[in-house]
Design a protein. Structure first.
Length: 178
C-alpha cells in the first residue's frame, strides 16, 4: 500500500486532528466556540476552517489538482487569520501542523521507512503550501495597513478641515485658449 492510499483511508481522522490542532491555537473560549462548526452563519470562522482544510487535504492527495484551487482554499483561511491578532508564523503555522498530524496518525506504518520517499514528497507539498500561505498573509497584512493609513489620512484631513486650518481648494477649469 502506498502513502496516498493510507492518507485517503485516514482522511477523516487526519482532517479532524488537523482541525483540532488549528483550533488549539485560539484562546480556550474561542476554541470551544469554533468546535461548534456546523452552521456557517452562526459560526462562519469554524465552518470555513473545517470546509477549507478538508478541501486543502483532498487537493494535496489528488494528482493534477489545479494550483489555483488550492490557493483559493488557502486564501479563505489565511485571510481570516491575517485580520486576527496573530504573528506571521502563528497565522500560517497551521499548515505545518498537517505534517505532525500525518506522522502521528501513520506512525506505525511509517516506522519501517518503506514510505519515506513518498512522505518526503508529501511534506514537500505541504512546505510549498506554507510558502503560498505566507505570501497570502503578507499581501493581506499589506492591504490592512494601507486601509489603516488611508483611514488615518482621511480622518486627519477632516479634522484639519473642520478646525479651519486646512481648506480644500476647489478645482478650477482650465481657461480657454491655454
Amino acid at each position: 500500500m502506498n502513502l496516498r492510499q493510507l492518507l485517503r483511508e485516514q482522511a477523516s481522522g487526519i482532517v479532524e486532528d488537523w482541525f483540532q490542532a488549528i483550533v488549539a491555537t485560539y484562546p480556550p473560549e474561542t476554541a470551544r466556540f469554533l468546535k461548534q462548526r456546523k452552521d456557517r452563519f452562526a459560526n462562519p470562522v469554524g465552518a470555513t476552517l473545517s470546509k477549507e482544510i478538508t478541501n486543502i487535504y483532498r487537493g494535496l492527495l489528488e494528482e493534477g489538482v489545479d494550483a489555483a484551487d488550492l490557493d483559493r482554499f488557502l486564501d479563505r483561511i489565511v485571510r481570516i487569520r491575517a485580520v486576527q491578532d496573530y504573528s506571521a508564523d502563528a497565522a500560517v503555522g497551521f499548515i505545518f501542523d498537517l505534517k505532525k498530524v500525518v506522522r502521528r496518525r501513520l506512525g506505525d506504518k511509517l516506522a519501517d521507512g518503506a514510505l519515506a520517499a513518498e512522505l518526503r514528497e508529501f511534506e514537500d507539498l505541504v512546505d510549498r503550501l506554507a510558502l503560498k500561505a505566507f505570501a497570502i498573509y503578507a499581501s493581506c497584512r499589506e492591504q490592512l495597513h494601507m486601509l489603516k493609513v488611508n483611514e488615518m489620512r482621511n480622518l486627519y484631513a477632516r479634522v484639519l478641515e473642520r478646525s479651519g486650518v486646512f481648506v480644500p481648494v476647489p478645482e478650477q477649469a482650465e481657461p480657454d485658449g491655454a
